[in-house]
Design a protein. Structure first.
Length: 161
């Protein structure tokens, strides 16, 4: 099985999740940060994982564009979709549903809400000010390792069942 993880990471949380997923698989999994450009082709991959993070209620535009530009081929692949975010419950589900098209969500064999982080050291002044208004005074991580591991077991066929 050949796999690609395509992601965008604003402050590093989504990249952490992508690296954790890659380490779970016994074969080579290629990582593509869309900040550096998309893969030249998806044809050689059986499995494609797409992940992004939410800022100001929206996923990165490059993730949205990549998904819409490649939807036809993605619907022919085994896909997983994940989102890093600091929201919980219904708001997190709503953000996930707004981030990925219904067709991709329905086709995905694995879907993940991985939690998120506020990394104040990597934020600009405006971001720190905005986050500070919600009471956050120091960097905090709510990255859900169990959710990442469960997603990885499903997408990489690691469960015995």
């Amino acid at each position: 099985m050949s796999a690609a993880i395509i992601y965008m990471s604003h402050h590093g949380c989504t990249e952490k999740a992508a690296l954790m997923l890659r380490k779970m698989h016994w074969k080579k999994v290629e990582l593509f940060n869309l900040r550096n450009g998309p893969p030249s082709s998806l044809k050689k991959y059986d499995t494609v994982i797409i992940g992004g993070s939410v800022h100001m209620g929206l996923i990165q535009g490059k993730i949205s564009k990549f998904c819409s530009d490649n939807e036809e081929i993605l619907l022919q692949k085994r896909i997983g979709l994940f989102l890093c975010h600091m929201c919980e419950g219904e708001k997190a589900v709503r953000q996930f549903n707004e981030a990925f098209s219904e067709k991709l969500r329905d086709h995905a064999v694995a879907k993940g809400l991985f939690g998120g982080e506020f990394n104040l050291e990597k934020m600009n002044r405006a971001e720190r000010t905005l986050v500070g208004r919600s009471g956050v005074k120091k960097s905090v991580s709510h990255l859900n390792k169990k959710a990442i591991e469960g997603f990885g077991r499903v997408i990489f066929h690691l469960d015995k069942s």
